[in-house]
Write a protein that binds this ligand. Structure first.
Ligand SMILES: [Zn+2]
Length: 166
């Protein structure tokens, strides 16, 4: 079996986490010291040290800046913070995870590659009619092997109304 270079690092994240493309990630190993100064609450619980951290960009156009995703070993998101730039995101993480500076792995997943992967990994999140992802629309409806988004439902419903005899 042939391997694709970057994607098969054993601990590497998928190209997209939720609706965000991964720009850089770090594995928090024993040499990284969690300072305990971070005040990131999830609900009313203070988020502690997480074993994986990914710096991402949202695929939603209106969301500017970067997202710092604090993740489980299997890249499930446990907590989220925002940052205005990549250096600021790294700096903020390094304040709480001493020694993480040289652990960052840059992957710079493109929006195209992230969407391609999402469509393959989560076909239930893609409208069968227009190809929009669930994060791009208000709602998704699934039946058997088809998925339809709310904007297609609206468009079809308007079209039907237009055809109704007055
Ligand atoms: Zn649609």
């Amino acid at each position: 079996m042939r391997e694709h270079a970057a994607t098969h690092q054993p601990d590497a994240p998928p190209p997209a986490i939720g609706s965000s493309r991964v720009i850089a990630y770090a594995i928090v190993d024993k040499r990284v010291h969690f300072t305990g100064t971070q005040r990131l609450f999830v609900g009313d619980k203070l988020l502690g040290r997480t074993p994986r951290i990914a710096i991402c960009k949202s695929l939603q156009r209106e969301l500017k800046g970067y997202l710092v995703l604090f993740c489980s070993k299997r890249w499930q998101v446990l907590g989220i913070a925002g940052a205005r730039s990549l250096p600021l995101a790294k700096k903020e993480v390094e304040r709480h995870y001493a020694g993480i500076a040289d652990k960052w792995v840059t992957v710079n997943t493109s929006a195209k590659a992230a969407k391609r992967w999402l469509a393959e990994a989560h076909p239930e999140d893609v409208c069968s009619f227009c190809g929009q992802f669930s994060y791009e629309v208000d709602a998704m409806f699934t039946a058997q092997s088809a998925v339809i988004c709310s904007s297609c439902v609206d468009a079809f419903s308007n079209e039907l109304k237009r055809r109704e005899p007055a």
